[in-house]
Design a protein around this ligand. Structure first.
Ligand code: C5P
Length: 402
């Protein structure tokens, strides 16, 4: 059933557009709501009036309609839905999607959406089989776009073969499937993530910090959210956009980071991705420290910071089921990670080499080794977001078997 679910249906040009009227009826019958964008070519096959009559909602056609923009806006249109369905999806709209072209309301909404997208292709068999279309489909699939159909059969143009849009009942079944998958394997679970550097004050204007950008931790937060988790991100000072749907608790120092984490326990998974400063100045000055002109340098007496990962992993009453640490090393990466796994008492260490020339700290890519008490797995170099997706999928699996 689709009770309470919102579908954004994009109808592009194709004779199969008439079948979408039936699709709208079926979605509504199951309790879902349907907002429709009709492309210029789509309007040649079905009218806005018939679509609006069935959906019971205003139909959107124009990117530059001032009234529509002030009422809802194309960005909101693409995000208010739980699922975006393109049916029928012509060869043209798929080519534009595959290339990130935003040349009308439909393709702009598709580029702006952060929701799952399901495509039901419909076209002539030769167009379907053309190398360009097949290339675009591969691209769309690797972008995570979902497909239903096309079916094989007699076509409106008199030819026979693959290219017929799937029947509305079949599209409806895949919509139901995609929406239940969208709930995600971490549905109902809470994930706590630390990210970024910490700043340890020396005086009101100076601090001790490190080169951590927070990118890997933020990517993990988004990936965990996408799998359905409630995500709490305890973040040191970083320059990154806030991940959508994630509760962010900004902190400065290691001590603040520890207090914020402890307050959030119990959680199901804790991931310590922050590059916590090992030391803090024992007594930060209340006023800016001045040069004396004598050549004397200040004596900064340092203290060791609390170990957040160790504290969480050894918590007496609220140890999370999975506790994950990171190990940024410049030498003997695996040996050090294995040692850390034991000394910290966590379940998994994600180890990487941050030596000079690696470009990991602050960079967009990462090469990691997943070190557990039993095995070491070497993952190839990947964008940090992909590392995050794979790691969260692995943790979801491990949590289920706990
Ligand atoms: O001891 P080291 O800093 O090499 O350990 C790295 C791991 O420990 C990371 O997961 C980091 O987030 C965590 N850590 C911590 N608190 C500290 C130091 C490290 O949570 N004070």
């Amino acid at each position: 059933m689709l009770t309470g679910k919102k579908i954004l249906l994009i109808i592009s040009g194709g004779i199969a557009a008439y079948k979408c009227l039936e699709l709208i009826r079926l979605i509504k019958k199951q309790g879902g709501s349907v907002q429709v964008i009709l492309t210029k070519a789509g309007e040649k096959f079905v009218t806005p009036l018939s679509v609006a009559s069935l959906s019971g909602e205003k139909v959107f056609t124009d990117l530059f309609n001032l009234t529509d923009e002030t009422e809802i806006g194309h960005i909101e249109l693409s995000r208010a839905a739980d699922l975006v369905v393109v049916a029928p999806a012509s060869a043209d709209i798929m080519a534009r999607m595959a290339n990130g072209i935003a040349s009308d309301l439909a393709t702009t909404a598709l580029l702006a959406t952060d929701k799952p997208v399901l495509v039901a292709p419909a076209m002539n068999v030769r167009m379907w089989e053309h190398a360009a279309t097949q290339r675009n489909i591969e691209t769309l699939k690797s972008d995570g776009i979902l497909f239903v159909g096309p079916d094989e059969g007699d076509m409106a143009c008199g030819e026979f073969g693959p290219g017929r849009m799937s029947e509305p009942a079949e599209i409806l079944a895949v919509i139901n499937e995609s929406l239940s998958e969208a709930a995600g394997p971490l549905d109902g679970k809470t994930v706590l993530i630390t990210a970024g550097p910490t700043h340890e004050p020396i005086d009101p204007v100076r601090y001790i910090a490190n080169r951590s950008s927070g990118k890997q931790g933020y990517a993990l937060a988004q990936a965990a959210y996408d799998l359905g988790a409630r995500v709490i991100l305890v973040s040191g000072p970083v320059n990154l956009p806030l991940p959508e749907g994630v509760e962010v608790l900004p902190v400065e120092t290691a001590s603040d980071m520890l207090s914020a984490c402890l307050e959030e326990l119990p959680v199901d998974i804790a991931i310590c991705a922050a590059a916590v400063a090992d030391w803090r100045v024992e007594t930060p000055a209340n006023e800016k420290m001045k040069k004396q002109g004598t050549g004397d340098v200040p004596d900064l007496s340092l203290r060791q910071n609390p170990d957040i990962l160790h504290t969480i992993a050894n918590h007496q009453t609220a140890r999370p089921k999975l506790v994950i640490g990171f190990a940024a090393e410049t030498q003997d990466v695996i040996e050090n990670a294995q040692q850390k796994l034991k000394s910290k008492g966590c379940d998994l260490i994600v180890a990487n080499n941050v030596g000079s020339g690696s470009d990991v700290m602050g960079g967009a890519k990462n090469t990691v080794h997943i070190v557990s008490h039993e095995t070491v797995k070497d993952w190839p170099e990947m964008p940090k977001r992909q590392v995050a997706n794979q790691l969260m999928a692995l943790l979801a699996e491990q949590l289920e078997s706990k």
